[in-house]
Ligand binder design. Structure first.
Ligand SMILES: Cc1ncc(COP(=O)(O)O)c(C=O)c1O
Length: 378
């Protein structure tokens, strides 16, 4: 199989063994045998971010947004109020979900790529009687890593639950939900865990789930209480699961534990060092400064050379076997490169060679008209 190198922010490159895990004899997902696979996956998904027995996970057939929606719709009670931190498109999306359900909420708008200052969050939390705070861990729209571990104690001191969208950090950056004070953590099967798209999951405290009742007027399908209860009683998902995606995730999880969480993180950081070092050597400038970076995805400021054209650059790289991605929402025009998935430093070096050829072929030097770097200082 020809390997396309995906530098888009997921679905990410998978191993051949993960791809092969999808080719299996047909099975009815209501069989005990498949229920056992689901139970293993459910526990393993939890183990990625929790070593003890206090948390479990709830799986949904759907993309990552299904998991985000399930958490928001299920966690915020009818008389509750949600504070959403918005420093990028995915924070904004949580506010859209809350609005769609008529959930009382306020948005702490920090601007796309704006730094999350815990003191500002503390003041915002004190401004009303919030029951939940929602924050993105790795805001994939820019590549900023938000300081979730500093927000946990703020929430705990105020009796506020913390809901964390860890879509593009889960399994790529070590997370300990208990130590970080996370009450609900959402991710999906197709980013740093290196499985196939089709499953979203919410990791949460067992005690909270056991006591949870479906909130009237909210989603029927995306109900944490409903889905959890059904699995506990029947050893099955309530609605038809994406069977082959579950098998792929099982293999992806096995491979994650074989590699080890710290090693995976180290591989991604090594990928990033090669990729970002090479991009900067080629003259590209980042949107964000060093201290803000996830090192899993980077936004680069688009060249202002008249011959620059993202579509053309994308197509030329695609012909060479590399997928790059447009920017999202930042106040400056950007494009994004991710270094997650089953990729290594050699792949990054191959990409850099292709990028150098593309820059030359497009005759777009100098990339920027002004001589100075354009990274944001804050
Ligand atoms: C932080 C974050 N949240 C939510 C989503 C939405 O996930 P999906 O596109 O799988 O619904 C993404 C997707 O990239 C994401 O990066």
């Amino acid at each position: 199989m020809t390997k396309m190198i995906l530098l888009n922010p997921g679905p990410a490159n998978t191993t051949d063994t993960v791809k092969q895990a999808m080719t299996r004899p047909d099975i009815c997902p209501r069989e005990q045998e498949f229920g056992d696979v689901l139970a293993w996956v459910r526990d393993a998904v939890t183990r990625v971010v929790h070593e003890g027995d206090a948390y479990t996970s709830v799986l949904f057939g759907g993309s990552g947004t299904a998991a985000v929606e399930a958490a928001i719709a299920s966690a915020v009670p009818q008389d509750g109020r949600l504070l959403v931190i918005d420093n990028g498109s995915y924070g904004a999306r949580i506010a859209q979900i809350a609005a769609a359900y008529g959930i009382g909420h306020d948005v702490l708008k920090l601007g796309v790529g704006g730094r999350v200052d815990p003191n500002r969050v503390a003041s915002a939390l004190d401004a009303a009687r919030y029951t939940q705070l929602a924050v993105i861990h790795h805001e994939t729209s820019t590549g900023i890593l938000n300081p979730v571990e500093e927000l946990g104690p703020l929430c705990k001191a105020r009796g506020v639950e913390m809901i964390v969208d860890a879509m593009s950090s889960y399994a790529g950056i070590p997370i300990d939900v208990e130590a970080m004070g996370v009450d609900f953590l959402m991710s999906s099967s197709n980013k740093c865990i290196q499985g196939m798209a089709g499953l979203g999951f919410v990791i949460c405290r067992k005690s909270r789930l056991a006591a949870m009742e479906p909130v009237p007027g909210r989603s029927f399908y995306l109900s944490l209480a409903g889905q959890h209860r059904f699995f506990e009683q029947h050893h099955q998902m309530q609605f038809t699961p994406p069977v082959q995606v579950v098998y792929a995730l099982q293999t992806a999880l096995q491979e994650y534990f074989l590699e080890g969480g710290e090693n995976r993180h180290a591989r991604y950081v090594a990928n990033w060092e090669v990729l970002d070092g090479g991009m900067r050597e080629l003259g590209f400038r980042r949107l964000l400064s060093d201290g803000m970076l996830s090192r899993i995805l980077t936004s680069y400021i688009e060249p202002d050379h008249p011959r620059y054209d993202f579509g053309r650059m994308h197509d030329m790289l695609y012909q060479k076997g590399f997928t790059i991605y447009p920017g999202k929402g930042a106040d400056r025009a950007t494009f994004r490169l991710a270094n997650m998935g089953n990729v290594c430093s050699d792949d990054m070096n191959d990409f850099l060679r292709a990028m150098a050829e593309t820059v030359e072929a497009m005759e777009m030097r100098p990339l920027y008209r002004d001589a100075q770097g354009g990274e944001r200082a804050d």
